[in-house]
Write a protein that binds this ligand. Structure first.
Ligand code: NAP
Length: 491
């Protein structure tokens, strides 16, 4: 028997989709999750210093506010606890299967169903398939000569080993993205020596963070409107930041220059050594790559036990790392804050084969990365991919999720109304959406800023910045409510 819906991924995206479908009375939903618990990124990432970098009042479902965040930017463990709370409250746990590693899904045109294959050989069938596999779920191991011969401990930030005691170790950390920035101050506290291997510096602005006093939390709990007001204020600020600095760089580039100036002033106040400041200063426009927030990253470089190594790595040796100029840094522990294989392994995260044998990954690579409203692709009936090109809207991921919930509701209501068996986005609608998005990208920092050398993961292998949807959150929400339903073909 085929299920109504299979959702792949038990993170916030997959849970949001399940909550919406459940509200519509769709009961037979199975959520397949390869990990041993729910929460997606907030289950997998447990490294020291992990915290959210969008204020928690906004980085949460609007319909499920949490009055108990301990800080403005809650630590990772609270996000994980929040995910568990949501799963329990909305009855999602009973629908989840953990340790279910989906390898692929194939459209069966005769039955009008998806056949979903799991590692180990089991197959499941469903009328609808929704993938919610995250953007950042496949840890990237750097392709550096000799890395497999390293004799010490190797830990990737997304596969943190809680058993390893890092105290007193000679640690090398590769990577200075958002993860590296959070990890470095924590590692510096315990390491005998920490060497930070930086390939590309990152823009770091001050983090205005504080613990939320108990009386405020009580007010949030007793009067939810107060927390909604805080969410609204923060959301307005984030929306302005995104629409001005990222999407309308053509007119808003002075804002980016100001932000870069703020980051430089922040660094100037915290790093006294001129050469270190020069090495930590990015050479690309603010906004080409996700900037980060920290008050503790720069001061770490003033510690006597921390070395910044901004030159190129030649190879990894069994007991250290050799630089291009022959310098060797001896280390016994290698921490990889090297991010994720986003375009290589997340688009898509599983092998998806649609109508006429069309393979989603091959289609995107052979043509361009594209998905109607960041969710649907022609030749893939009854399929919604929540982590698609142009899906990420605004700065808080929860806006993306909730916009997609509205989109799903409209499509599923129409399926019901027309008693349709299949639904598929039309080629014309997809092409028109792609053209609109491409046009808008022309005004963004990605095309008008100096992004060469930023090595930003916002850019796909074709060189187009297709990860983020170039529209305001309000615009994306309006589109979700009003896109012509006949953009889909119902049969
Ligand atoms: P990332 O931004 O992709 O950074 C990876 C780092 O590893 C970069 O500095 C990269 O250098 C370096 N690297 C990769 N391969 C390398 C190699 N072969 N040699 C030398 N350096 C190498 O990954 P991330 O820091 O894990 O962050 C990813 C995203 O996760 C963030 O942008 C953010 O959206 C999210 N995140 C959020 C939070 C939060 O909310 N608190 C925390 C962490 C992460 P290049 O730049 O030169 O490639």
């Amino acid at each position: 028997m085929a299920h109504d819906v299979i959702i792949v991924g038990a993170g916030f995206g997959g849970m949001g989709a399940a909550i919406e479908l459940d509200k519509m009375g769709i009961d037979d939903i199975v959520i397949l999750e390869r990990e041993d618990d729910l929460g997606g990124t907030w289950h997998v990432n447990r490294y020291p210093g992990l915290a959210v970098d969008i204020a928690s009042v906004t980085y949460s479902y609007s319909f499920e506010p949490n009055p108990n965040w301990s800080r403005l930017y809650a630590p990772g463990s609270e996000l994980k606890a929040y995910a568990s709370h949501v799963a329990d409250k909305y009855g999602l746990r009973r629908r989840m299967r953990f340790g279910a590693d989906v390898t692929g899904a194939t459209w069966d045109p005769d039955e009008a169903e998806w056949e979903v294959a799991l590692e180990g050989g089991e197959t499941l069938r469903a009328r609808y398939l929704i993938t919610a596999t995250g953007f950042l779920s496949q840890p990237k191991l750097p392709d550096i000569e000799g890395i497999e011969d390293f004799a010490g401990t190797v830990i990737h930030s997304a596969k943190w080993d809680d058993e390893v005691d890092l105290a007193g170790r000679r640690i090398g950390v590769i990577g200075t993205g958002a993860t590296g920035v959070q990890l470095v101050p924590e590692l510096a506290k315990v390491a005998q020596h920490l060497t930070v291997f930086q390939r590309t510096p990152i823009w770091v602005v001050p983090k205005v963070d504080f613990s939320i006093p108990a009386p405020v939390r009580t007010v949030f709990g007793a009067l939810p409107i107060t927390q909604r007001a805080a969410r609204f204020a923060n959301s307005v600020a984030l929306e302005a930041l995104n629409t001005v600095g990222v999407l309308n760089y053509k007119h808003g580039h002075r804002f980016n220059d100001l932000a870069a100036l703020l980051a430089k002033a922040h660094m100037f106040a915290q790093v006294r050594e001129r050469r270190t400041r020069a090495a930590l200063t990015p050479r690309y426009s603010f906004g080409c790559k996700r900037p980060t927030f920290s008050n503790t990253y720069f001061p770490a470089f003033a510690r006597p036990n921390v070395t910044l190594e901004p030159t190129s790595i030649r190879r990894v040796l069994p007991g250290g790392i050799e630089m291009a100029d022959g310098t060797v840094h001896e280390i016994d522990t290698l921490v990889l804050a090297t991010g994720f294989s986003l375009w290589e392994k997340n688009f898509p995260a599983i092998e998806v084969t649609g109508r006429d044998g069309c393979n989603l990954g091959e289609f995107w690579r052979a043509t361009r990365f594209q998905a109607y409203e960041g969710m649907a692709v022609p030749k893939f009936p009854n399929f919604f991919s929540l982590h698609s090109p142009y899906s990420y809207t605004g700065l808080s991921y929860f806006w993306t999720i909730e916009t997609q919930m509205v989109h799903l509701r409209r499509v599923f209501e129409e399926i019901d109304r027309r008693a349709a068996r299949t639904v598929e986005i039309t080629e014309q609608a997809n092409a028109a959406f792609l053209e609109t998005m491409t046009g808008r990208l022309g005004r963004s920092v990605f095309q008008l800023g100096s992004c060469e050398g930023s090595r930003s993961y916002y850019f796909d292998p074709h060189g187009e910045a297709t990860l983020l949807r170039p529209s305001s959150v309000l615009g994306a929400q309006r589109d979700a409510r009003t896109f012509p339903i006949d953009d889909y073909a119902f049969h």
